[in-house]
Design a protein around this ligand. Structure first.
Ligand code: MD3
Ligand code: FE
Length: 218
């Protein structure tokens, strides 16, 4: 007699969900089946709207490079941050959000309990080793009822999430290639950031981390 330890059903791992706050979840490896499609889609988006460094309103240069796709993209200047329907680099509308990203975001949001998520803004951050994102709140979106879905690719990162004041204590969480974070509701306005990326080389993405966030901004 043989035990059927490797039944077909076992080949598709169930989603490992880690709840790190009331309405904040990490879906470990959720994006792995989509990675090839995502990288192909990203290549097309970045050809039209390449990564660029942004200036903060305080006059600093952000260490992560940024691009966007969707009806609204993120822009920043001495005047402040805002969502814009036009890419200031090309003078054209941002590229559409690729279908693979819409599907993944919808499915990840539903898995975390947020039904009917239809994003209209997608920010793409590229971190070289040493790049970071200081503690901040995401509060330029009009709809705080919608969640944000974040996809991590490439080098790992140490994510920080805090409270509702910058000075509140922070918890740390490691994010790896293929992890998807979904947060919304009561956790939507928490301060969060990324510690400086450690040097390394990822087998698919090389010396970088890419983070894709899908939002309902308009
Ligand atoms: C917020 N990006 O683009 S997203 C950003 O990994 C941004 O590039 C980071 O912050 C990045 O605005 C982090 C992931 C995230 C995860 C959990 C959160 C943000 C969160 C929980 C509460 C609030
Ligand atoms: Fe953020």
């Amino acid at each position: 007699m043989s035990l059927d330890l490797f039944d077909e059903d076992d080949l598709q791992q169930p989603t490992r969900i880690e709840q790190f706050s009331t309405q904040a979840f990490v879906l470990r490896g959720f994006a792995l089946p989509w990675v090839e499609a995502l990288l192909t889609a990203l290549e097309r988006v970045l050809h039209e709207s390449p990564f660029r460094h942004m200036q903060t309103p305080g006059g600093f240069t952000m260490s992560a490079r940024l691009s966007s796709c969707g009806a609204l993209g993120w822009t920043s200047s001495a005047q402040g941050y805002r969502y814009s329907p036009v890419d200031p680099l090309s003078g054209m509308p941002w590229p559409a959000i690729p279908q693979a990203l819409l599907d993944l975001a919808h499915s990840a949001a539903a898995t975390a309990g947020f039904e009917h998520f239809v994003p209209d803004a997608c920010l793409i951050n590229a971190y070289a080793p040493g790049a970071k994102m200081s503690l901040h709140q995401d509060k330029n979106e009009r709809a705080y009822t919608a969640p944000i879905v974040s996809i991590s690719l490439g080098l790992p990162a140490m994510f920080q999430f805090g409270g509702f004041e910058r000075s509140d204590p922070v918890q740390r969480l490691s994010l790896f290639h293929g992890d998807v974070v979904v947060w919304g509701g009561v956790d939507r306005l928490r301060y969060h950031g990324i510690l400086p990326i450690k040097p390394g080389t990822h087998s698919l993405l090389g010396e970088q981390r890419i983070n894709i966030t899908l939002r309902k901004a308009g």
